[in-house]
Design a protein around this ligand. Structure first.
Ligand code: ADE
Length: 480
């Protein structure tokens, strides 16, 4: 991932990011930090980049011209490589507060620009021209944008695959599951009379896991009652969903993987929206509950938003939504989930994420969800190709993760069928979920006998109830 930082103090940023984990990742070529000294772009003979504000007031403002030209030096190159408008973050106390969720979202970009203001700020006109995101570190004022930019870059960069040695540890730390991290201990066993908790020396992994979760919950309750309250409500729903585990596996996993936010909530109903997408998942005990839940927001959310996708269980609820909001129902499908803990044996192991060059290849073979959707999934590193001898550089098939985290988009080249490639692809993806502590699941069309057979063969449990994806009228239907 490439970070371009527009600043008056390039050495400060280069120093700050050049050490430890990020410094090593830069040496390995996984991260690139490109400092752009705004002063190099001034047209002023004396190197001036600031001036006093019109209308009076204290202090100096950074002028539009040098900031804009510094930005163009980066944007022009980006555009010449085929990019559109480059994502540009202005760090300012007037922005949206930076969070782990925002870090995750920004980490999906291949390149980012950070603009660091200094003095009393930056001429508004250049901000209007170049900035895509206004982001603050918190409700306090610092002397400049360099420190906040470094903090944000650190939080984003460590999420880039490969930057942390154990790629999966980024997702098991503080905030990823909305709980604070448990306390940790290292040698010696006793320090100043304080022993390490006995359970950590027991070697009993289940006890250790349970103890850590308990400490995380307790610590969150004491130190961050706001996060704890959110956790408690979510746990309540997760417990409720676990009584009908297969029917509601998509909702449980959205909550457990912290992939969605609550759009609205009732006592017996919940509408989740998958982070940064237009995919929603509805839980309601009855169509009356659904109606009550959506009374205020339903019309605003559904039927207008392009590309909107709504997952629902229950025929009566589906019919209500179709009639009330003019939605179109896709084909009925069953959910299947892998509830065991043991990984599957995978015969073909050369399976890797597909890159942007594979877009045409995938779209031609799997057109149903639409080009933009598949492009987004490939960009997110969520489509995986299987490679067998002979037909490289093309994969012999692929599988993907849908926006809601379900497995899907399974395809095997016609002349490669009958060799167990579909089993390997899905088995490999199941194992990847298990390593992350997730329950793998998928949706299969009611009449797709081959796919239903594959789920049974791999040991997934099928839910007896049907469910549907609803879309607004204009869009083509999205198949699995
Ligand atoms: N610049 C000055 N203060 C800031 C803050 N709190 N967050 C982001 N940028 C800033």
């Amino acid at each position: 991932m490439r970070f371009h930082v527009l600043t008056l103090f390039p050495e400060m940023i280069a120093q700050g990011l050049g050490y430890s984990v990020l410094g090593r990742a830069e040496q390995r070529g996984q991260l690139h930090f490109h400092m752009v000294d705004i002063r190099d772009y001034t047209q002023d003979r004396h190197g001036k980049v600031d001036d006093s504000p019109y209308g009076g007031g204290a202090g100096m403002l950074m002028q539009a011209q040098p900031v804009y030209d510094a930005y163009r030096s980066v944007a022009a190159e980006y555009e010449s490589r085929g990019g559109g408008k480059i994502r540009t973050v202005y760090v300012t106390p007037q922005g949206k507060t930076f969070t782990q969720r925002m870090a995750r979202e920004l980490a999906r970009e291949e390149e980012l620009v950070f603009l660091c203001g200094h003095y009393e700020g930056v001429d508004e006109r250049v901000l209007e021209e170049i900035v895509t995101d206004y982001v603050s570190l918190g409700d306090y004022v610092l002397t400049g944008g360099e420190l906040p930019a470094m903090v944000m870059i650190d939080a984003i960069a460590r999420l880039v695959p490969g930057v942390l040695h154990n790629g999966e540890s980024a997702e098991t730390e503080s905030f990823s599951g909305s709980l604070l991290e448990y306390p940790q201990y290292s040698r010696p066993e006793i320090w100043r009379g304080r022993p390490v908790p006995e359970v950590l020396l027991s070697g009993d992994h289940k006890r250790i896991r349970d103890w850590r979760l308990e400490r995380s919950v307790e610590r969150t309750r004491q130190r961050r009652p706001d996060l704890y309250e959110r956790y408690r409500i979510r746990q309540g729903f997760i417990e409720r969903f676990s009584r009908q585990k297969r029917r509601y596996i998509h909702l449980t996993e959205l909550l457990c993987r912290d992939m969605a936010w609550e759009e609205c909530r009732g006592e017996n109903s919940l509408l989740l929206r998958v982070e940064d997408t237009r995919t929603y998942a509805l839980y309601a005990e009855s169509s009356e509950e659904a109606e009550r839940l959506l009374a205020e927001q339903g019309a605003k959310l559904f039927g207008k938003e392009e590309g909107m996708d709504l997952l629902v269980c229950g025929e009566e609820i589906r019919d209500f939504l179709v009639i009330k909001y003019g939605l179109v129902s896709g084909d009925a499908c069953y959910q299947a989930c892998y509830t065991r803990r043991e990984p599957l044996r995978v015969r073909h192991r050369d399976i890797r994420p597909l890159t942007a060059e594979a877009l045409e290849y995938v779209v031609r073979r799997y057109p149903a969800p639409g080009r933009a959707y598949i492009e987004g999934r490939i960009q997110a590193g969520a489509v995986f190709g299987i490679y067998t001898e002979g037909i490289e550089p093309y994969p012999s098939g692929f599988i993907g993760l849908h926006e809601d985290g379900s497995m899907g988009m399974l395809y095997v080249e016609e002349d490669c069928r009958g060799q167990g490639l579909a089993s390997s692809l899905e088995g490999w993806l199941i194992n990847r979920h298990l390593r992350r502590g997730e329950t793998p699941y998928c949706r299969v069309g009611e009449t797709n006998i081959a796919a239903l057979g594959l789920q049974e063969k791999l040991g997934l449990c099928l839910c007896g109830d049907l469910m549907w994806r609803l879309r607004e009228k204009k869009q083509p239907a999205c198949g699995k």
